[in-house]
Write a protein that binds this ligand. Structure first.
Ligand code: XMP
Length: 516
């Protein structure tokens, strides 16, 4: 990367959002915890301090020695950051008389301030703080106020330091992106040349330099992240990338064959491994969800280990695969380093696994700096099959956690048929791309029905379709009744074993997206 902005995280729930907004300006940025500072090399163009769930008045509030940062770089301090600088330099921060949450409007905007260029008086901003800056140090100058908060923004005279009490990164701050652009472009001098094309170019060059003639082994899941990571690696080292795609028998109908074909068409050096028997054998009689996940995780590692040994054996004498490719993306990295506070919410069971220690491979993760939507954009630049790029998230344990209770091949087959009808109809009706994730769940109950003159006693499936940004929260989608009616009819008429279809109208929280 030729230039970057460093965001120091003090634990705000919005820190990731600041990073996303800066990236939307085609400027590369990285989040680091305030208490584990990165090297500030020449490519750093500016620094942003995030907000925090702490009050600067708390004894255990995050502290940072920032004199050097302030001297060397433009600095934008948001919320807690702004209060912290004001307090440290002799100002006074007190609890707000009225707690300031939500929308406010800027009554005063200093039109001369570079930071606020193009931000109009009355501009709506988003406040979220329990403290307020009552007194500013003598070298601070107020550059914006609301009717309740006189120090809504300040600049520190004789420096390139700015503080803002509101959150420019949330969309409710209508001119927030203008302000961020003023900071990163006009004040920091970033050239906005960080695009998917330049990312591909620099990453492929870096991978070539890092890997040379080495061989890399990588498991693909059919999902966006592992696929895009593999294509980048493939561009860098070609056939020296050895991909493995495991069929655990718990994918959607025909998915294994289709995805394997797509991978072959992309020119990847891939081997498909049919491990259905092993997975079903180990899952027989198991109905507890976490137990299923553990068995699947462990079996996957066994299959992968065997496949990687096979690959090692096939390599010429003296050549050894030293690397494991992974599709890790930036939110996973941030999560593991994030400061304790609301932004540190831990995803419990997701993407567990990683590198089993008996495989002593070094890890290469070409996407570890990217957010999910950036991975999709890079995938598009790399001309990855639209089918894979637009695909809904799908859990690693697959249909095992969508057949509630114990799993049999027959239940999985029935679920695959019903799910295939559901997903096909969503696609045909133009709903698939509007939905974040959809799936069918096989319920462990039977209910009475009637078909012709016959009484039936068969299974129920539930349909789920949710909208979400990141899977952490989600709401059910209001699919049209006539579409639901069509899907229900088709499933009941075509899938033997199902006589009832229900639609899940629960949001997350308190429900989850999956049923297990
Ligand atoms: P929940 O059900 O927790 O799901 O609301 C949130 C997102 O995570 C996916 N999910 C999983 N992904 N292994 C995975 O790789 C799992 O065990 C797992 N459980 C849930 C789920 O599909 C949704 O996208």
């Amino acid at each position: 990367m030729s230039e970057k902005i460093i965001i120091l995280d003090f634990g705000s729930q919005y820190t990731q959002l600041i990073a996303r907004r800066v990236r939307e300006l085609n400027v590369y940025c990285e989040i680091h915890p305030y208490n584990n500072l990165p090297a500030f090399d020449d490519d750093v163009k500016g620094v942003i301090f995030s907000g925090s769930p702490y009050s600067v008045r708390q004894e255990d509030a995050p502290q940072i020695d920032y004199a050097d940062i302030q001297n060397r770089f433009p600095l934008l301090a948001v919320c807690y950051g702004a209060q912290y600088l004001a307090q440290q330099q002799g100002g006074e921060v007190l609890p707000s008389e009225i707690r300031e949450y939500g929308r406010a409007n800027l009554q005063f905007v200093d039109q001369e301030s570079v930071l606020l260029k193009g931000v109009p008086v009355q501009s709506q901003v988003w406040m979220s703080h329990g403290d307020t800056i009552k007194e500013i140090p003598s070298n601070f100058k107020i550059i914006a106020s609301t009717d309740k908060v006189s120090v809504a923004a300040y600049e520190v005279e004789g420096t390139r330091t700015y503080g803002i009490q509101f959150h420019p990164e949330v969309t409710h701050s209508t001119d927030g992106q203008v302000l961020l652009k003023n900071f990163v472009v006009d004040i920091c001098g970033c050239s906005q040349d960080w695009t998917p094309d330049t990312f591909v170019e620099t990453t492929v060059a870096e991978l070539k330099a890092q890997l040379g003639d080495d061989h890399v082994i990588m498991a693909l899941s059919g999902g966006v992240d592992s696929t895009v990571a593999a294509v980048l690696l493939h561009q860098a080292i070609g056939k020296n990338l050895h991909c493995i795609f495991v069929d655990h028998g718990l994918l959607r109908k025909n998915e294994y064959e289709q995805v394997l074909d797509s991978y072959k068409n992309m020119g990847l050096n891939i081997r498909g491994i049919n491990a259905k028997e092993l997975f079903f054998g180990r899952l027989t009689g198991v109905s507890e969800p976490e137990q299923k996940r553990k068995i699947i995780g462990a079996s996957f590692i066994d299959v992968f280990d065997q496949a990687s040994k096979d690959i090692q054996h096939e390599l010429p004498e003296g050549v050894e695969a030293k690397w494991l490719g992974q599709g890790t993306i930036y939110p996973d990295v941030i999560e593991s380093i994030s400061v304790k506070g609301p932004s540190a919410t831990i995803k419990s069971h997701h993407n567990v696994g990683g590198l089993p220690d008996f495989m002593k491979l070094k890890v290469v993760e070409p996407l570890k700096a990217l957010f999910k939507d950036e991975v999709r954009r890079v995938g598009k630049t790399l001309e990855v099959d639209a089918n894979i790029l637009g695909r809904h998230p799908f859990p690693g344990p697959g249909l095992a956690i969508r057949v509630l209770g114990d799993i049999t091949e027959e239940k999985v087959r029935i679920l695959q048929e019903a799910d295939d009808i559901y997903i096909r109809n969503l696609k045909e009706a133009g709903w698939y791309d509007k939905v974040w994730q959809a799936g069918t769940i096989f319920l462990p109950v039977q209910s009475v029905g009637v078909m012709g003159d016959e009484r039936t006693y068969e299974h129920v499936v539930a349909l789920r379709a949710v909208g979400s940004l990141d899977g952490m929260t989600a709401d059910w989608i209001h699919l049209p009744y006539d579409l639901l009616a069509k899907i229900s009819n088709e499933i009941i008429n075509h899938v033997k074993g199902i006589n009832r279809v229900v639609y899940d109208i629960s949001s997350k929280p308190p429900a989850t997206i999956e049923w297990e």
